[in-house]
Write a new protein. Structure first.
Length: 403
């Protein structure tokens, strides 16, 4: 007689704990979603915010990495300080000082792209429920960062040409008592507009009177094709102790090396340094040392990029009147990567996009960029990734898609 095998013991299978609320309430980037859908090589993609890959200085960047790895491999491949490599901070400080904002190496924190700088600032400054003010429309990834931090994000009224309205800002600050104001005042993403000097001074004055932090994000400032450079908000009286200036190598060297920087008053910079220690300890050493060497030739490379991008901007401006419906309006950005257009009220650019993509061309609908009620007739066009000939063909396809 064979004894029966004992029945296996069963363990109750409880569900795993839920995600944090912030992870389930903040969505992904609509731009990334559009890029995934339009990745086919035949699509002329005006939706991205990517630098033109054929303009990367492959030889110059490779030479910088070779020199670092050949001459100081034991340093390049080792851990570094959280604040960043002294050589890179010193070189950046000299560049910032030369542009009118006296800066020492110790005023800077090197970050893994300027996107990390935004995340560190959110960690250091924002408690759940704090109010953050943004331009309307606003850089999408900033809305994601502030949303993940649990902030209450409010839009500041803006005008089509000059950006944030200082009087409306003052009223909003007095009523809502926000923690910070986030701006991309030069060649803004998504609109391409630039805030003039007088308005920057007025914004700095509002911040000084009301105890407001300003985060001045400047990833595009070196990509100017016409007009004179406008000084940073950080240079204006009253802004000295309350402006955080962010910069990036992504648009002027290469985004793949993931290098950015943050200039902030000492106590806030220390808090961001602690947050960075917890996040990634430090930005890759070899990338920092290579970038420090590349600073010697960066201006020459940027001049070449500006010349090409300026031609591409002009090609897009030349074709828009034929590509967009009668009654559309658009801006003429003096630099940067983006152009902003508004179609007549009857158009919804989100609903229209699938029809446009059928013509093998794409844009980004304007609606996701708004923290408040969106203007659904708006769209963003990136003009730097295609040649003038490709831009012309893309605009012809856009005309067919819009109908």
């Amino acid at each position: 007689m064979t004894l029966a095998e004992p029945a296996p013991l069963t363990t109750p299978h409880a569900p795993v704990p839920s995600l944090a609320t912030r992870a389930s309430t903040v969505g992904g980037s609509p731009v990334r979603d559009i890029l995934a859908v339009t990745a086919r090589p035949e699509v002329i993609n005006f939706a991205g915010g990517l630098p033109a890959p054929e303009l990367f200085d492959r030889e110059g960047i490779a030479a910088a990495f070779r020199e670092v790895l050949e001459q100081t491999p034991e340093r390049a491949l080792q851990y570094s300080t959280t604040e960043g490599e002294p050589a890179l901070r010193a070189g950046l400080a000299a560049r910032i000082t030369a542009r009118g904002l006296p800066t020492a190496a110790d005023d800077l924190l090197i970050t893994t792209g300027s996107q990390q700088a935004l995340s560190l600032l959110a960690t250091a400054l924002i408690d759940p429920g704090d109010t953050v003010l943004v331009e309307d429309p606003c850089y999408l990834a900033a809305l994601q960062v502030f949303g993940l931090a649990g902030a209450r994000v409010l839009p500041v009224p803006t005008d089509h040409r000059d950006g944030v309205d200082p009087e409306a800002l003052e009223e909003l600050v007095a009523r809502e008592r926000p923690k910070l104001l986030y701006l991309v005042p030069t060649f803004q993403n998504p609109t391409g507009r630039t805030m003039p000097t007088v308005r920057r001074a007025a914004v700095a004055s509002v911040a000084a009177r009301h105890g407001l932090w300003i985060v001045e994000d400047d990833p595009y400032g070196e990509l100017r094709y016409e007009g004179d450079r406008v000084p940073w908000i950080a240079t204006h009286p009253g802004a000295e102790d309350r402006v955080v200036l962010l910069g990036s190598f992504s648009k002027v060297m290469a985004p793949g090396i993931r290098l950015g920087w943050l200039r902030a008053p000492e106590h806030l910079r220390r808090a961001c340094t602690v947050a960075k220690q917890a996040a990634d300890l430090h930005t890759p050493t070899v990338n920092q040392l290579a970038a420090a060497r590349y600073l010697d030739v960066l201006d020459g490379h940027v001049a070449k990029v500006r010349a090409v991008y300026g031609e591409r901007r002009d090609a897009m401006l030349a074709g828009l009147a034929d590509a967009l419906p009668e009654g559309s309006v658009w801006n003429r950005p003096e630099g940067g990567m983006f152009l902003w257009a508004r179609l007549p009220d009857s158009y919804d650019t989100t609903a229209l996009l699938p029809e446009v993509v059928k013509q093998d061309v794409a844009y980004v609908p304007g609606a996701p960029f708004y923290a408040g009620a969106p203007d659904r007739s708006t769209l963003r066009l990136c003009f730097v990734t295609q040649t003038p000939e490709e831009i012309g063909e893309g605009l012809r396809r856009l005309r067919r898609g819009i109908g």
